[in-house]
Ligand binder design. Structure first.
Ligand code: 5GP
Length: 117
């Protein structure tokens, strides 16, 4: 069994979070340090550390994450658009090793990547 994670504790209600949606497969909650006016995290309830650990058995939860992203975006009035981001490991600055989708919106988000030398 995978190690416990901060987000698994949020899923189980052991750490407080502003949960906007939860079902048997996924949980969506507000990011504690928002990078945009709307910033939610959508996570599988079961721990998958990174995208590099994804297996076929995870397809139902991963598919549900997109359905919930669309639902939350509608609920938040993001009809002008939004961005979904999933960071994987060091080069993407993944901080929490429990796979999660960032849903960002509420203003123009600019280019995908800031250029670095
Ligand atoms: P990553 O860099 O791993 O893709 O994103 C991790 C995200 O988790 C960050 O945006 C960070 O603000 C958020 N985060 C970290 N700790 C907590 C927490 O305790 N509660 C909530 N709601 N978000 C958190």
């Amino acid at each position: 069994m995978a190690e416990d994670t901060l987000f698994a504790k949020i899923v189980r209600g052991e750490i407080p979070a502003d949960i906007i949606y939860q079902d048997e497969l996924v949980t969506a909650f507000r990011d504690i340090n928002p990078a945009a006016p709307t910033h939610f995290l959508i996570v599988p309830n079961a721990i998958i550390p990174t995208v590099a650990d994804v297996r076929a058995e995870h397809e139902p939860a991963l598919g549900r994450m997109f359905v919930v992203a669309r639902r939350v975006a509608e609920q938040e009035g993001l009809e002008k658009g939004f961005r979904l981001v999933v960071n994987c490991r060091e080069h993407a600055n993944q901080e929490v090793y429990h796979l999660h989708m960032h849903l960002l919106g509420g203003r123009p988000l600019g280019p995908l990547l800031v250029q670095t030398p």
